[in-house]
Design a protein around this ligand. Sequence first.
Ligand code: F6R
Length: 240
Amino acid sequence: MEIRIFKSEVEASRFVCKRLIETLDESRSVNLGLATGGTYVSTYERLVDAYQRGEVTFNHVRTFNLDEYLDLSPDHPQTYRNFMQRHLFAHVDIPAQNIHFPPTDEHADYSAYDSLIEAKGGIDLQLLGIGANGHIAFNEPGTPFDSRTHRIKLDETTRRANQRFFKRFEDVPHYAVTMGVATILDARSILLSAFGEEKAEAVRAMIKDTPDPQTPATALQKHPDVTIVLDEAAAQKVRA
Ligand code: F6R
């Protein structure tokens, strides 16, 4: 694991944006794994700015989002598809058919998402955030490390953390579909960002504890190419 600590979220996001631009600056097509949530809002904003300045194109990029809520109507502003549309896709030249989300139909074969990723050549760079409970994507504590894309019941802690995106706690979805831990570990490179002191304990556990499905992020210790990008607040228990 390479650990990069920045003074602020702004500087950290600048680094992540630069890494993305370098990854996209290749003649061959690139498969990106994308995360939603508050952590990546400023990275995507910078990426859109870079696109508008002509510094990057998405016309050779395929995207695979980590997860999607199951109990929200498609026109709800907080679906992850709508989040991505608002923060990135609507502003750049990515071909619509290159945008992928896990299947959300009630009787969907979720493993088809793993097969699709594999058929398209696998993920080159996977972006991740981390939950204060140590989740990656929506792999909540206890999810096996060999899990593939699956349906999951969200922890109450996750629903509380995401309440800020909804009017009322009752409106926060209970179910989601998520790439599994093994799906994530298949990516060639992984970059996890974490900002703010509420992430400090999960970040410490991810880096220092013995890998254990009770803290899904500890699975990243098993991957050969992981960069952890932190601001000082999220890094406070790593430095100690
Ligand atoms: C989002 C996702 C989640 C978030 C995590 C942190 O697609 O997979 O694991 O990355 O819950 O969320 P924020 O960034 O809102 O703190």
